[in-house]
Design a protein around this ligand. Structure first.
Ligand code: FAD
Ligand code: NAD
Length: 471
């Protein structure tokens, strides 16, 4: 092991931490990247974004094959070899985590496998095989991410109760799956298990699933999920779970009513909590927000001058691309660059089928804040491309400044929405107006034309919709 003094020590090798370490090294700083896991990539690569999207891709093949019947194409009943399924996901993760390690090596980032905690504001203690017990740093970046939250009432020592990590392992295809929480994970992994053959029941505490999503964007997905899932039960919580030999008995509570139902497995997906425990923060001047996140400013500085923090551990949205962007900002600030986290639009994508994606201002947020906006929509029923795909249920909308037409936000529901939202991010970040989108030629036939046509609506005349003029 080389001399244990680094310009930058990054704790956590997720999409925030490894991006920060690479950037610091590229800017000439001697950098250590510390993670207790033997593989690099953090939650996102090892037990989050990548395995869940791999599974969603594979199960989409099943639903596509089923839907091919409308074209007169009939496949036999699919046979799913779960072991091959899992092997394929492991191979994808293996390839990507190896890639991250190679990139770290090329940049001369020192990768240290150890658990780290602060001894003081310039020293880390490490516990790991073949690592020094201490390391000193000029600056540290905390990128320790988050872990699944499981309410005490649902915390059974029973392998049939799973968090997202357990569910991604696909232990089997339970005939009856209860998903607690109708958020990102509940709906994405619920979709996977349903396509594989489980009867899925989602129980959500709030009056609607994906509570942050505008109602019109949610509708097409919700209608489809209502057909696919056994039930989506709103305004309901799971008060307790009892482990019985023939299943897990869930007690569901809605207003004054209580009922019980038995399931073969339960996925608890009710949110994640920041990983700040046992980090030795009490040996530093770092402060936490009331919700337990590490408090940072726009340059990702904590209240301890030598220590920065980024990613899930500093707050919502807990998304990989937000973590990466913050990581780049922190490394650049440490290297003396004048920069700050100043994103006008952080995109969000729910990778269900159809997908939902949005960025910038949402219609709900505008309503709550009282900000005047003009909302224009283009229904995918009028899109040639959506029609060829047999998926016309989608919608594209723009949230515009009513005077200037400036694009303040964009939202989509439809297949491929996650790719399309990048145009909205660019529009918001570049201060584009509706006319910029309307007069940029979009390729035909693609669903990207719905963005152009929504923008045309601002001026009153989208080609493929007739909007009668007010007399
Ligand atoms: P993490 O990725 O959580 O990495 C933190 C790392 O720190 C871990 O490797 C951990 O081992 C290490 N660590 C923690 N404490 C210590 C310590 N004391 N010493 C040493 N190492 C330590 N986001 C998206 O944008 N798109 C998606 O599609 C998406 N899908 C998801 C699906 C699932 C099932 C889940 C659970 C999450 C998903 N997310 C998705 C969220 C995304 O995974 C996180 O936002 C992202 O991983 C956060 O990155 P991070 O760098 O902050 O931390
Ligand atoms: P979430 O916050 O997205 O959803 C949790 C849901 O559980 C909420 O709707 C909440 O109202 C509900 N809930 C909370 N307590 C409940 C209870 N006792 N009973 C019933 N419902 C309850 O959280 P998640 O789905 O666990 O995902 C965690 C985070 O991971 C997400 O917020 C997101 O930041 C990230 N993630 C992102 C993606 C993506 O980008 N596609 C995918 C997966 C996860």
């Amino acid at each position: 092991m080389a001399e244990s003094r680094y310009d930058v020590a990054v704790i956590g090798a997720g999409p925030g931490g490894y991006a920060a370490a690479f950037q610091a090294a590229d800017l000439g700083l001697r950098t250590a990247l510390i993670d207790e896991d033997s593989d690099l990539g953090g939650t996102c690569l090892l037990r989050g974004c990548i395995p869940s999207k791999a599974l969603l891709h594979a199960t989409r093949l099943l639903t596509d094959a089923e839907e091919a019947a409308v074209w007169g194409i009939h496949f036999g009943k699919p046979r799913v070899d779960l072991e091959a399924f899992r092997d394929r996901v492991s191979a994808i993760i293996g390839k990507l985590t190896k890639g991250v390690r190679t990139l770290a090596g090329s940049r001369k980032v020192e990768v240290i496998q150890a658990r780290a905690w602060f001894k003081d504001a310039t020293t880390l203690q490490l516990s790991g095989a073949n690592t020094p017990s201490e390391l000193s740093f000029g600056h540290a970046i905390i990128a320790t991410g988050s872990t699944p939250m499981i309410p005490d009432s649902l915390r059974l020592r029973d392998p049939r109760v799973m968090d997202s990590t357990g569910a991604l392992r696909l232990p089997d295809i339970p005939p009856r799956l209860l998903v607690v929480g109708g958020g990102y994970i509940g709906l994405e992994l619920g979709t996977v298990y349903q396509a594989l053959g489980s009867e899925v029941t989602v129980v959500e505490a709030l009056p609607r699933v994906l509570n942050n999503v505008d109602a019109d964007l949610l509708r097409p997905l919700y209608q489809r999920l209502l057909r696919q899932f056994k039930a989506i039960t709103l305004n309901t919580t799971v008060a307790k779970l009892d482990a019985q030999e023939d299943g897990l008995v869930a007690t569901l509570t809605a207003s004054q009513k209580t009922s019980t139902e038995t399931f073969d497995r339960v996925l608890v997906a009710v949110g994640r909590r920041p990983s700040t425990n046992q980090l030795g923060l009490e040996h530093t001047a770092i402060t936490l927000t009331p919700r337990g996140f590490i408090q940072v400013d726009r340059q990702m500085r904590t209240t301890e001058p030598t220590i920065f923090a980024i990613g899930d551990v500093v707050g919502e949205p807990m998304l990989a691309h937000k973590a990466t962007h913050e990581g780049l900002v922190a490394a650049r600030v440490i290297a003396g660059k004048q920069t700050a986290f100043d994103a006008a639009a952080i995109p969000a994508v729910v990778f269900t089928d159809p997908e939902i994606a949005w960025c910038g201002l949402t219609e709900d947020a505008a309503r709550v804040s009282g900000q005047a906006v003009k909302v224009v929509r283009f229904p995918w029923a009028a899109s040639g491309r959506a029609t060829t795909l047999g998926r016309t249920e989608g919608v594209t909308k723009l949230i515009l400044d009513p005077e200037s037409g400036r694009v303040l936000g964009m939202g989509l529901c439809g297949i491929g929405a996650g790719e399309l939202i990048a145009e909205g991010v660019l529009a918001v970040e570049m201060g584009a107006v509706a006319e910029d989108l309307a007069t940029s030629i979009h390729p035909h036939p693609t669903v990207s034309e719905t963005v152009m046509e929504a923008a045309e609506s601002f001026y009153g005349s989208p080609t493929h919709l007739f909007i009668p003029k007010r007399s």
